[in-house]
Design a protein around this ligand. Structure first.
Ligand code: PEP
Ligand code: MG
Length: 607
């Protein structure tokens, strides 16, 4: 009798101690890509429900279905290996556990019994691949659940994870709409794409943490634009965190704390309050002009991706939109937006900006900015970063390009705008665009639209080394330049901006990058055309003295960076910046450059 009572109590005690362990505070160090502190409930994105299609196949479709399954397995193996590589950068117990877990996933993906079972369900059962995966997984899970050994029981969860990964790959469920979340939820996921971030509503989402991604990728940029604290590069969090647990994201330090202790929470609430007070004080600069100590005016604009960001831009005191990334209007949808829809969206933005200038960049799809609806036009490139992307894609598919140009021309009646072309490498691309623009204007006029006699200025992004090196020639055909330091750094240094494995090598302070910026500014000044910087360095106060010293007066950045950049501008002397920059530009060593710049910044702060 006594024994039986003990037997019944023991599992409860064990369960309690497991719970206790799960609730222990855990700290993770990653790559802080968007500053700020947020405390909220976890939402594990990968756990979101997916509906599994279930249907029977005709004999002629069996081979195709088996092929789909093979592709999904191959993709799953690549995903797991990527996570494993990421995990290898970390050390400690949790890194080891993660590695073992991922090895088990890899084994299952190669297992003759599991994969063989799925194949048999397709071949003989004539089931579609998703249903076959689900049925096989359920059978294996039921077998594990019946076993006495808790270790083997736990295997059922691994089978479920592998099956869900395969099903997600099969149905191409890459994004989550993040609806129905608790307010202030912190999203945890393996990978968050730029398209995913476009679905996040800062009113509901508090911030996010992902296993993969680099600091200058568009996911990171979107986080900064939306003001969402974010940390990337933490592969071992998702397997231990559960939806609804409490988590702290410290985007400035790249720290994530799961199940924080009361003491930690108290400390972080204090820090968050100090941060909010600082932001409040900075908000007082909203209507202040960005005049340097020697009274040189800087023009500070905002980069935006979505119409709803105009509100944030205005709130932070943007003088205009220096970069509208239109590709985000094309994401998360099966059909491309037609001319009318594009016109309506652009009109909303121009009207919200109320007479302030808006620079509209034409579709910059490709690379990491995948636009599902363009799949048919954009065949899998051998190297997407060097493929048919941006202005190349637009010029190749001129019908699509003409639709966007028509929407822009019609919207030009709603406010001052400029047209900016991404990834320009030759003057011919600008000339070709002008020809198309003229053609579109004539067609619109023939349809009765009132298009202004003078067409909007057409400018070029300078974001590949070729464009910077040949900037003198481009300046003869472009009306303005916008220097995209994100891609310019990536293409100059051959470092993928979204790859966390080489993030430590990504350095806009490399002399090669700085010299290309200098050449571009010189060519623009010689030709008498405006030049701005709209890459991420524009929003980082550390770079401001150097950019100003190089002759930049127009900067466009994520709206949340505007107040801090303005504050630094107010404390800066252009004359001093020029003198210091001359010294910096004579250096060959990026470390020496960083030291000189740091010294200058310390001086400004102290002054
Ligand atoms: C850049 O490359 O610096 C840039 C501003 O464009 P995007 O970040 O959208 O590629
Ligand atoms: Mg770019």
């Amino acid at each position: 009798m006594t024994d039986r009572k003990t037997d019944m109590e023991r599992p409860e005690e064990n369960y309690a101690s497991i719970l206790q362990r799960q609730e222990d505070e855990k700290l993770f160090q990653g790559l802080g890509v968007s500053p700020g502190i947020v405390i909220g409930p976890v939402y594990v994105s990968a756990a979101s429900e997916i509906s599994v299609p279930d249907y029977s196949l005709a004999t002629r479709d069996l081979d195709r279905e088996l092929n789909r399954l093979d592709c999904a397995i191959e993709e799953a193996q690549e995903q797991v290996l990527k996570l494993k590589r990421k995990g290898e950068d970390n050390h400690g117990e949790s890194a080891e556990e993660l590695s073992l877990l991922l090895d088990a996933h890899l084994q299952m993906l190669a297992s003759k019994s599991m994969i063989g079972g799925i194949r048999a369900r397709i071949q003989t059962g004539r089931k579609n691949a998703e249903a076959a995966v689900m049925a096989e997984a359920k059978q294996i899970m039921a077998r594990f659940a019946k076993m006495d050994d808790p270790y083997l029981q736990g295997k059922a969860q691994e089978v479920r994870e592998v099956a869900l990964r395969l099903i997600r790959n099969l149905i191409k469920a890459t994004s989550d709409s993040y609806t129905g979340l608790k307010k202030g939820s912190i999203i945890l996921a393996e990978d968050i794409t730029p398209a995913d971030t476009a679905q996040m509503d800062p009113g509901t989402v508090g911030g996010f943490v992902a296993a993969l991604g680099g600091p200058e990728g568009h996911t990171a940029i979107m986080a900064r634009s939306l003001g969402l604290p974010a940390v990337l590069g933490i592969p071992d969090l998702i397997s231990v965190a559960e939806t609804s647990q409490t988590i702290i994201v410290d985007g400035s330090r790249g720290l994530v704390i799961l199940n924080p202790t009361d003491e930690r929470l108290k400390d972080y609430r204090k820090r968050a309050k100090a941060e909010a007070d600082e932001n409040h004080a900075l908000a007082g600069l909203r209507f202040t002009r960005a005049l340097t100590l020697d009274e040189i005016e800087l023009n500070l604009h905002a980069n935006i991706e979505l119409p709803r960001e105009t509100e944030i831009a205005l709130h932070q005191g943007a003088e205009g939109i220096g970069l509208l990334r239109t590709e985000f209007m094309f994401m998360n949808r099966e059909q491309l937006p037609d001319e009318e829809e594009q016109y309506q969206t652009l009109s909303t933005i121009l009207e919200a900006m109320d007479g302030r200038p808006v620079t509209i960049r034409t579709l910059d799809a490709g690379g990491e900015k995948l636009v599902q609806a363009l799949d048919g036009l954009d065949p899998k490139a051998i190297n997407p970063a060097l493929g048919l992307r941006a202005v190349r894609l637009s010029l190749k598919h001129s019908d699509l390009f003409k639709q966007q140009l028509a929407a822009i021309l019609r919207a030009s009646l709603r406010g001052p705008l400029r047209i900016l072309l991404p990834l320009v490498t030759t003057a011919g691309e600008i000339r070709q665009t002008r020809r198309l623009l003229k053609e579109v204007a004539d067609e619109l006029r023939a349809k009765g639209y009132k298009i202004p006699e003078q067409l909007p200025p057409v400018g070029a992004m300078i974001e590949v080394p070729a464009a910077a090196l040949a900037a003198d020639g481009l300046a003869r055909v472009a009306d303005f330049f916008a220097i995209g330091t994100n891609d310019l750094t990536m293409y100059t240094l051959a470092i993928d901006r979204a790859d966390d494995q080489v993030a430590y090598l990504y350095n806009p302070l490399h002399p090669a990058v700085l010299r290309l910026i200098e050449m571009t500014v010189r060519s623009a000044n010689f030709a008498g055309i405006p030049v701005s910087v709209c890459g991420e360095v524009a929003g980082d106060i550390r770079y401001l003295p150097l950019l100003v010293g190089l002759g930049i007066r127009d900067l466009s950045m994520s709206a949340h960076s505007l107040p801090r950049v303005k504050k630094r501008a107010l404390a800066l002397s252009v004359e001093e910046a020029k003198r210091r920059t001359e010294k910096i530009m004579a250096q060959n060593d990026p470390i020496r450059i960083a030291t000189l710049l740091e010294d200058f910044n310390d001086n400004i702060q102290a002054g």
